[in-house]
Design a binder for this molecule. Structure first.
Ligand SMILES: NC(=O)c1ccc[n+]([C@@H]2O[C@H](COP(=O)([O-])OP(=O)(O)OC[C@H]3O[C@@H](n4cnc5c(N)ncnc54)[C@H](OP(=O)(O)O)[C@@H]3O)[C@@H](O)[C@H]2O)c1
Length: 252
């Protein structure tokens, strides 16, 4: 049985996720907005006129399955999944709180994977579906002083490329969006608001637009901006040891 198609956006209460929601609504999508801060989601739903709100902590075990069951119970089926929720932590691996690092893996890696796994079979069956996974330019090299975050985004990129390839010819689009720094709450949450990258943030509306355009064209990887494209490719030209030193220098 097919429900009413919706675009599910995780991390819709702020930054890039809120922009995805605005742009998807502007093109006529029905929305399912997911994040922990309900009041922010309610405010966005009121602004957009139509949206289902799901106040969920996706880092909790079993949360993605409970969320998808709730969505289905409302007679909705996820036609577009935007796996955007995520956070990073800046600092030395040995010094950062272990439980927050685990929470990062739970959200950025496990929840994203589970949501893909929950959504993709019905998409394949319908021969129609769209999955946009938000990785980062961090996915292309190791990240000293942000080690778990960079590793988690490398996972997101690798998973997404593989799913893209598996879905070829099926009618299901799968795209990894790999932005450089964006002007959102990300750096504050990461404890890096005073760092160099925080000052280089792109407009989230531009990044969301690039991601949705790439998804529509079923691009495997979207890297918005020329500098970010060059940065992402520099790991092919430079030795890995040089890349590690450069990233460490940018972070210090
Ligand atoms: N900003 C950058 O420079 C940058 C660059 C490359 C990639 N990215 C990626 O872009 C994505 C969006 O980040 P952003 O820049 O928009 O950061 P942001 O402004 O901090 O937004 C993060 C979103 O994730 C949600 N979230 C956090 N923990 C959650 C949890 N446990 N369960 C459910 N939702 C949760 C937050 O909502 P609640 O707090 O209400 O739960 C918020 O809506 C992330 O995957 C990030 O890694 C960001």
């Amino acid at each position: 049985m097919t429900g009413q198609p919706v675009t599910l956006v995780t991390g819709a209460s702020a930054g890039l996720g809120a922009e995805f929601a605005r742009q998807c609504r502007a093109r006529g999508d029905r929305l399912a907005l997911v994040a922990r801060r309900r009041e922010r989601l309610d405010a966005l739903a009121a602004e957009l006129g139509e949206a289902h709100v799901f106040a969920v902590d996706l880092a909790e075990p079993g949360a993605p399955a409970r969320l998808m069951a709730e969505v289905e119970a409302l007679g909705l089926s996820v036609e577009t999944l935007i796996n955007n929720a995520g956070f990073g932590l800046a600092g030395r691996f040995a010094d950062l709180p272990a439980e927050r690092q685990t929470e990062m893996i739970e959200l950025d890696v496990r929840a994203l994977t589970e949501l893909c796994r929950l959504a993709v079979p019905a998409m394949l069956q319908r021969r129609r579906g769209f999955i946009l996974n938000v990785a980062s330019t961090a996915a292309f090299q190791a990240g000293p002083m942000m080690a778990v975050y960079y590793a988690s985004k490398a996972y997101v990129l690798s998973l997404t490329e593989a799913l893209h390839q598996e879905a070829k010819g099926s009618g299901v689009h799968v795209t990894a969006l790999c932005p450089g720094p964006i002007a959102t709450e990300f750096f504050e949450v990461a404890g890096a608001a005073d760092g160099r990258l925080a000052k280089l943030g792109a407009d989230p509306a531009d990044i969301a637009r690039a991601g949705l355009a790439g998804l529509a064209r079923n691009r495997a990887i979207v890297i918005p901006g020329l500098m970010n494209k060059l940065t992402a490719q520099s790991n092919r030209l430079l030795p890995r040891a040089a890349m590690r030193r450069i990233v460490a220098a940018i972070k210090s």
